[in-house]
Design a protein around this ligand. Structure first.
Ligand code: SAH
Ligand code: SF4
Ligand code: F3S
Length: 451
């Protein structure tokens, strides 16, 4: 039986892991550590003592990859200082660039190849770097208990599916992560239960498109499980265990999921619903399979069932052929919805995607940046507006720890995912506190204690 926290054993060879990209990569690094611990390694957070240095990488935008190239140069310095050090690139960039990385590192392993890491490590010699970038239709690492690397032991990620079957024209993920597959729900519930038994208070169920989660029971078709049913199974573990999930796809989020959220107090009232663009013309070209009206209808539905639901989004500025009008459509959609927060990006063409083959990356850098800045400025105003609506409300917050600015205050998130700061009464991470919002910034709710 694996331990859920990293083991410390000075006699073991040390592995150092840096993680880039999305939450799925954070969880994958925990799977990798589990596999490597079983093979006799122990985690270190000091690169100077590591015999294996891994970067779990992201290819989503060009700047994500540029960052990794910078890190590889740093890792190589370690190799020069100490003989026998092994450098490995794993994850999405490994999958995308494959043997092109081998000139620079000793090990390249894609997202479905982590079980082979111990064998690959054994086989490495200075002359023979090792690579495994096979993608799988089945691998979900369902039987592997991730070794948790989060700081406070309160909130854990659980991957419920891997890969993606959508072909959003701008996106590299289907090429780096392969086809979509759903994980056995009973292993998911078991993992959530283990976290809860170990003091965790929050789990986040992860997938590129959680709404298309669908597990077919190999024995009995009437035991198939969809995402709404999975949410309910996890929510039933304990009312003290919060359940979050990410990412929802506007084309697939079902009424059943929304009603299930409403039914369970411990399913957090927050949906990350990436819109990408407010222009139906752009959405069509992006192959998102919904339009502006569909998106707005889904938001209305969510708010009619769960009035206080937090809604956050992702936006891409400057996709191929984006006109001033398309950009304006994104801005007006953002004003209409008033997202709580957003991740906002300039379009980055990814080699091999449909967009890179069909649509020129024709918005000049300056214009892309200008539009992105307008979007960021608008979202700042919208975040403030959305937070102002919370003033006077009573919220239940899961304490994450002392506030960064003031050690006499605590911080933590409300169900809607908004960050709250409030005076401490000696509670610790993992406790629930009830607070009342007194003032806000665009990023934080400043709260007082209720009696
Ligand atoms: N599966 C999720 C998103 C995963 S990628 C979904 O479908 O929404 C996270 C975000 O990165 C995307 O929502 C998108 O906004 C952004 N992104 C993806 N590819 C991009 C690209 N080529 N350029 C800029 N941003 C991109
Ligand atoms: Fe990429 Fe689209 Fe899949 Fe999200 S749903 S990972 S944006 S292809
Ligand atoms: Fe990046 Fe791969 Fe995640 S490309 S966003 S690490 S799925």
């Amino acid at each position: 039986m694996n331990s859920i926290r990293p083991i410390t054993d000075p006699s073991r060879p040390k592995v150092y892991i840096e993680t880039y990209g999305c939450q799925m990569n954070v969880n994958d690094s925990e799977v990798i550590l589990s596999i490597l611990q079983d093979a006799g390694y122990a985690l270190t957070d000091d690169i100077e003592e590591a015999s294996v240095i891994l970067a779990n990488t992201c290819s989503i935008r060009d700047n994500a990859e540029q960052r990794i190239w910078g890190r590889i140069d740093q890792f190589k310095l370690q190799k020069r200082k100490r003989s026998g050090v092994v450098i490995g690139i794993v994850g999405c960039m490994a999958e995308r660039l494959k043997d092109k990385l081998l000139e620079n590192v000793d090990l390249v392993a894609g997202p479905d190849a982590y079980r082979s890491l111990p064998d690959l490590l054994k086989a490495i010699t200075p002359e023979r770097p090792q690579i495994n970038v096979l993608l799988s239709h089945e691998e979900t690492y369902a039987d592997i208990s991730p070794v948790r690397m989060d700081r406070n032991g309160i909130s854990g990620f659980i991957s419920i599916m891997r890969g993606c079957n959508n072909v959003c024209s701008y996106c590299i993920v289907p090429y780096t992560r392969g086809a979509e597959r759903s994980r056995d729900p009973y292993t998911i519930v078991k993992e959530a239960q283990t976290l809860f038994d170990n003091g965790y208070k929050e789990v986040t169920l992860l997938g590129q498109n959680v709404d298309s989660y669908y597990w077919k029971d190999p024995q009995k078709a009437d035991r198939n499980v969809n995402f709404a049913q999975l949410l309910e199974m996890v929510a039933k573990i304990s009312p003290e265990l919060r359940v979050r999930f990410s990412t929802s796809h506007p084309k697939d989020i079902s009424d059943e999921v929304i009603y299930t959220m409403a039914m369970y107090e411990n399913i957090c009232k927050h949906i990350h619903l990436p819109v990408q663009s407010g222009s139906s013309i752009m959405l069509e070209k992006m192959r998102r399979k919904y339009n502006r009206e569909w998106y707005l209808e889904r938001v209305d539905k969510i708010r009619s069932v769960i009035p206080d639901c937090g809604i956050t989004t992702d936006v891409i500025a400057g996709f191929s052929g984006e006109t001033d009008q398309d950009h304006e459509d994104t801005m007006t959609l953002m004003e209409k919805v008033v997202f709580d927060s957003a991740f906002m990006f300039a379009y980055s063409e990814r080699p091999g995607t449909l967009a890179s083959r069909k649509y020129p990356d024709d918005i000049p850098y300056e214009l892309k940046t200008q539009r992105l800045n307008e979007i960021i400025a608008l979202q700042g105003r919208m975040s403030l507006k959305s937070n102002e609506k919370e003033i006077g409300k009573t919220l239940k917050v899961l304490v994450e720890g002392p506030s960064k600015k003031n050690p006499d205050e605590l911080c933590g998130r409300a169900s809607n995912n908004k960050m709250c700061v409030f005076p401490s009464r000696g509670e610790k991470a993992g406790d629930y506190c009830t607070v009342e919002v007194v003032s806000v910034t665009s990023a934080t709710l400043i709260c007082k204690r209720t009696e």
